[in-house]
Design a protein around this ligand. Sequence first.
Ligand SMILES: [Zn+2]
Length: 447
Amino acid sequence: MIKLMYILQNYLKVKKVQKYSPEHFRMWQNKQLQKHLKWINTHSPYYQQLKKSRTYDLTDINHYPFMNKPFMMDHFDEQNTKGVKKEEAFQVAMHAEENRDFSPAIGNITVGLSSGTSGNRGIFLVSREEQSAWAGTILAKLLPNGFKNKEKIAFFLRANSNLYESVRSNKIEFAFFDLLDHFDEHIKRLQDYQPTILAAPPSMVRRIASAVKEQKLNIQPIKIITMAEVLDPLDEAYIESIFKQKIHQVYQCTEGFLGCSCSHGTIHLNEDIVYIEKEFLNAEKTKFHPIITDYKRRTQPIIRYRLNDILTLKSEPCPCGSPMLAIEQIEGRMDDVFILKDKHKDSLEYVFPDFIRRACISASDNLKEYKVIQHNVLEIEVQCLVFDEEKRQETEQSIESNLMDFFQDNYLSPEITFSEYEENDRLTKLKRIKSNIQLNEGVYNTK
Ligand SMILES: [Zn+2]
């Protein structure tokens, strides 16, 4: 079932490409893209029908329109290259979900269900070969010592998925931890398992770090990888202070494995498997939505898929020498963006989450946890957990004045209220910056 050969092949290829010069890399990448588009044009009925010329120009909007989840679902049957029907795929996925069967498949193709934040469900198809290639890429990018030492990876997921199960050999071993299980259970298992690598959402890694600090748990992972949630600088500092090492990040979603941090801690986008176009969000061209074309996925083409994430470009080149695009930070999704009224003209403006985040964490060392929620243009709620309760008022005042200093210069200042910190339940992703305002695309400006 698992194709170790594919994993190794991809592993070696990734290692090689990472050493290319920027010029060599762009040439290589362009060739991969052309090859992929050519293949898709002859195998996907959707692109076949759109094809008018023999050129494979990705920027030709008539031939390669932008995709998102609704688009993918609308054109599911004719877009995939294996003739899988949407209805059948949905049935297989739903049946598997009800029975907690984690490997739904149609023949050799795995069917994945993505929940989506607003309830619109999507179906994803991946072949066994694609899974193996994916595993090889992940290993090459994340294993600290390549295949030299045996690594034991503790992997925290919402449910054990067979995408991950495919990675198990005498050099590597995965133990899966279901995020829904009780935390005490995790502590017991981690203590017995003694992972060399810990991979989990940052909110979970933080709880584990606290358990280590309180001496309820004793583990010494050599690498810690966070995924699935935005890594907040507050959590990053806390975790690093306890495990005494740099935290690594994987940037991944159902649409693909999009990036991960290098030995210098910089996140590089995985341009060796995904071609990335940028839709810029500000005049300085530092923030953008990535539009991804995955040239490894043939079963269900991902071509010009527009993501809602906000990425910030790194201004300095990364010292690691990787030719792949370096990212300063992943800020979260567009629905985390605040909207405020401009002070000088009658317009609404985007305020990106990193401004809010910085205003909070720079306010006080006493801040343990926080959330900032925008209810409307004139109302912002802040929830704090503090280390020292006696200094709560001081801490809150400091946050308020930081936020106000930032708002006053440009915006009609909203009212800031403080309330009790609400813990997240185990199912929802932790979001520190949250906006309850419904976005109308294209109506807003950015500073
Ligand atoms: Zn780097």
